[in-house]
Design a protein around this ligand. Structure first.
Ligand code: ADP
Length: 188
């Protein structure tokens, strides 16, 4: 199964994706993690940090290159869970093109819905425990603004195609996970 998982920063996307991918035994592909992994002394790392450290999206061309390299690896042939990708309508269209050239398509899009005030609270709490450079108050605001401006249209793109399943992400993590399982008709 090819699953796209979309949710605003702080919705709990990473936690749910890890668990779901492990239950389905498919690769968990997080573009955020891939981009953070470029960090270091390299030129690419500095280039990427110039975007993500300020809460901005990395350029579509770079992200598409990374993701298509990853999707062409053999462990992806039976499906995968995409976490944090696509984040722009351009990325969604390019993903569809890449897949249709291979007679494939996204099977389902899971959307995690959480009210904005709850997101800010959660992100601030995480900033104190995880020390992620993109978790400062200004960057949190920027990431939320970028999500609603650039990624919310991706939800509309999939909604028009009848592919979206929305899940209430304000519930405790275990309840969220059970709601996801129910949407996917997973047994037990
Ligand atoms: P979160 O969803 O909590 O913001 P992620 O780990 O998904 O965290 O992403 C961290 C950062 O990586 C984003 O704020 C953005 O700068 C960058 N990023 C991740 N995925 C993409 C993408 N598909 N396109 C462009 N930039 C991305």
């Amino acid at each position: 199964m090819r699953i796209v998982f979309i949710g605003p920063p702080g919705a709990g996307k990473g936690t749910q994706c890890k668990r779901l991918a492990s239950e389905l035994a498919i690769p968990h592909i997080s573009t955020g993690e891939m981009l953070r992994a470029t960090k270091g002394e390299s030129e690419l790392g500095e280039f990427v940090a110039g975007y993500i450290d300020h809460g901005n999206l990395a350029p579509d061309d770079l992200v598409m290159q990374m993701i298509t390299d990853r999707l062409s690896q053999p462990d992806c042939c039976d499906g995968y869970l995409l976490d944090g990708f696509p984040r722009t309508v351009n990325q969604a269209i390019r993903l569809d093109t890449y897949l249709s050239e291979r007679q494939q398509s996204v099977d389902i899009v899971l959307e995690l819905v959480v009210e904005q005030s709850v997101l800010v609270e959660r992100l601030l709490a995480r900033a104190q425990t995880e020390n992620r450079i993109d978790d400062s108050i200004e960057t949190i605001r920027a990431r939320l603004e970028v999500f609603f401006r650039r990624t919310a249209p991706v939800l509309d793109y999939y909604r028009q195609r009848g592919m979206i399943r929305s899940i209430d992400g304000s519930l405790p993590p275990e309840s969220v996970f059970q709601a996801i399982r129910a949407e996917l008709n997973l047994p037990g």
